[in-house]
Design a protein around this ligand. Structure first.
Ligand code: AMP
Length: 182
């Protein structure tokens, strides 16, 4: 159900069929989940955004944080639908203004995400969005960064969870939702 009580019909089979597996990208052994076919299909894109809105389930949200890069594509229309601000969480050195970052470990190597100073105010209710929940390290680090600004993480929403990587185990402190599971 969306926040106004309208039932949302999410055709999971249709959405899943529009996510393409690219073996061995960006490195051998990784099966990359390519969402660009879904983005090409206007009805499927709308259905996905309807589903992302339904995940929030009427919670009051001040800011939607999208994780670079594909999280931006989902988070921006969600923020618009919710009447919330959109905040990009970007890789190190990309944001033009003063920002604060968090370092975290990935399956292979380390990464840093940054958010502009002032983008999250203390007490802001924040919803985090990304396309794929894999090991959960990126999402958990983003949540910690938001809490460092004094924001309250109201929850996290994903298009697709890779269940075999058990990313949800890093998000036990939070509410989270996924439209699809692989
Ligand atoms: P995680 O392992 O959950 O920290 O994922 C790291 C980032 O890479 C997240 O932004 C995911 O959306 C993305 N990601 C991880 N694995 C995949 C995959 N197999 N296909 C597409 N994106 C992925």
């Amino acid at each position: 159900m969306v926040s106004d009580g309208t039932p949302v019909e999410i055709d999971q089979v249709r959405l899943a069929a529009l996510i393409r597996d690219i073996p061995d990208h960006p490195e051998p052994g990784i099966v990359y989940k390519d969402i660009t076919p879904l983005l090409l299909d206007p009805a499927a894109f709308r259905m996905m955004v309807d589903g992302l809105v339904a995940q929030v389930d009427g919670a009051a949200i001040d800011k939607v944080v999208g994780i670079e890069a594909r999280g931006f594509i989902l988070a921006a229309p969600l923020a618009d639908r919710l009447g919330a601000g959109f905040v990009p969480a970007r890789k190190a050195g990309k944001l033009p203004g003063e920002s604060r970052g968090i370092d975290y470990e990935l399956e292979y190597g380390a990464e840093t995400l940054e958010i502009h100073d002032g983008a999250i105010a203390p007490g802001d209710r924040v919803w985090i969005v990304d396309d794929v929940l894999a090991t959960g390290g990126t999402a958990a680090a983003t949540a910690a960064l938001i809490e460092g600004f004094g924001g309250q993480v109201a929850g996290l929403g994903f298009l697709l969870e890779l269940g075999f990587l058990h990313g949800a185990s890093k998000l036990t402190a939070y509410r989270y939702a996924t439209l699809l599971t692989a």
